[in-house]
Design a protein around this ligand. Structure first.
Ligand code: ATP
Ligand code: MG
Ligand code: MG
Length: 353
């Protein structure tokens, strides 16, 4: 069998490595932490920082294809590797997803609607942008935000004197706060032959900026679900993408969609696929990057996926005792507050077929 190199050894890398092993691949994971979640599952760990060119070279030389589990992989060292070992998804997808301004400009440029936004590089620009956009707004750092970190809400006409500084005085984006009725996401895949498969949209609830629960099917009209999948497909095609992507949407009361952000990787709101689909998002990603045929996105059950965050992991034993519940734990020792420790997916017979 051949070897898949994975940059990043968190829980996503761990679940990718498991899926790869099931299909007969060897996995090599690059991570600075020898105790990272993926280390227990991968065949080998290459220890190094994500921007350590020597470590990246080792990974690439010993792999047949390189992929990644998070969107903040430094682009310059990855490019410096050259083309001897293919990198999937494409580095261009990282460049788009790493910067919220580049991301929104890309989406709007291909006709995909987002929240109204302005780039903000200093406090004066924030004043102007607030007047321009009007209403409640959210200031976000352009780069490196996740789980709602690096964001501040500014109420319409409210005080905002120190908000730019409070985010570290780094390049930022101001977004109008969208009055959505729900949030959904589409996990989709594009193969090396341009083939496309999507899973059904999941309806997502966040708590304190962190995904808490994903429910499938989402309570949206068929037309909205179809539009969301078509949007994901347009993004994948434009990026000549290979692999799995997560696309997050806001759904308005009338069913209209805005894209919130894209994640060029397997996605937390797709964890339910391991329980409710024959081929999970993790296997789908492995299939895509390895040039195998994509699996069907078909879903055999309805389901609710719950994240086990921090001390919630103590519920694992009770969840394991439930029938029709699949529990996945990430092997992290310390259940620190806000840390994703595992997840559980409850299945129910699929309605409406
Ligand atoms: P992730 O962990 O998904 O990468 P993130 O830190 O990149 O999260 P966002 O997805 O931008 O953050 O925002 C987190 C959540 O905050 C969204 O899922 C949504 O609930 C809320 N939110 C973000 N932007 C807006 C907006 N413009 N209008 C209304 N709510 C928003
Ligand atoms: Mg994000
Ligand atoms: Mg998000």
């Amino acid at each position: 069998g051949s070897t898949i190199g994975i940059i990043g050894g968190g829980q996503l890398g761990r679940m990718l490595a498991s899926a790869a092993a099931r299909l007969g691949f060897r996995t090599l994971v690059l991570d600075p932490d020898p105790d990272c979640p993926a280390a227990q599952v991968a065949n080998e760990l290459v220890r190094g920082a994500y921007d350590d060119l020597a470590a990246l070279r080792t990974l690439a030389e010993r792999s047949d294809v390189v992929t990644y589990e998070f969107e903040n992989v430094p682009v310059a060292p990855l490019r410096a590797l050259g083309t001897a070992t293919p990198v999937h998804p494409p580095i261009e997808a990282l460049e788009v997803a790493q910067d919220r301004v580049v991301e929104k400009a890309f989406l709007n440029g291909i006709g995909i609607a987002t929240a109204p936004w302005r780039a903000v590089d200093d406090p004066q620009e924030l004043d102007h942008a607030l007047l321009d956009l009007g209403g409640d707004c959210i200031l976000k750092t352009r780069r490196l935000g996740y789980d709602g970190k690096g964001q501040a809400t500014i109420a319409a006409g409210g005080p905002h004197d120190d908000v730019f500084e409070s985010l570290g005085s780094v390049p930022a984006i101001l977004e109008r706060k969208v009055p959505f009725v729900r949030e959904i996401s589409v996990i989709a895949a594009r193969g090396q032959d341009g083939g496309f498969q999507a899973f059904d949209p999941a309806e997502n609830v966040h708590r304190m900026g962190i995904l808490s629960r994903s429910t499938v099917p989402a309570e949206v009209a068929d037309a909205s679900a179809e539009a969301a999948v078509a949007t994901a497909r347009a993004i994948l095609d434009r990026l000549r993408y290979v692999g799995v992507i997560g696309v997050e949407f806001f759904v308005a009361a009338d069913g209209a969609l805005l894209v919130n952000e894209i994640a060029p990787r397997v996605h937390n709101s797709g964890h339910w696929t391991e329980a409710a689909c024959t081929v999970s998002q993790f296997e789908q990603h492995v299939r895509a990057v390895a040039g195998l045929p994509l699996g069907s996105g078909e879903r055999h059950s309805d389901c609710v996926m719950e994240n086990l965050i921090g001390s919630e992991v103590e519920r694992a034993a009770a969840l394991l005792a439930e029938p029709r519940t699949l529990v996945t734990l990430y092997g992290k020792r310390e259940a620190r507050a806000g840390r994703k420790m595992g997840h559980a997916t409850r299945l129910a017979p699929r309605k409406g077929i």
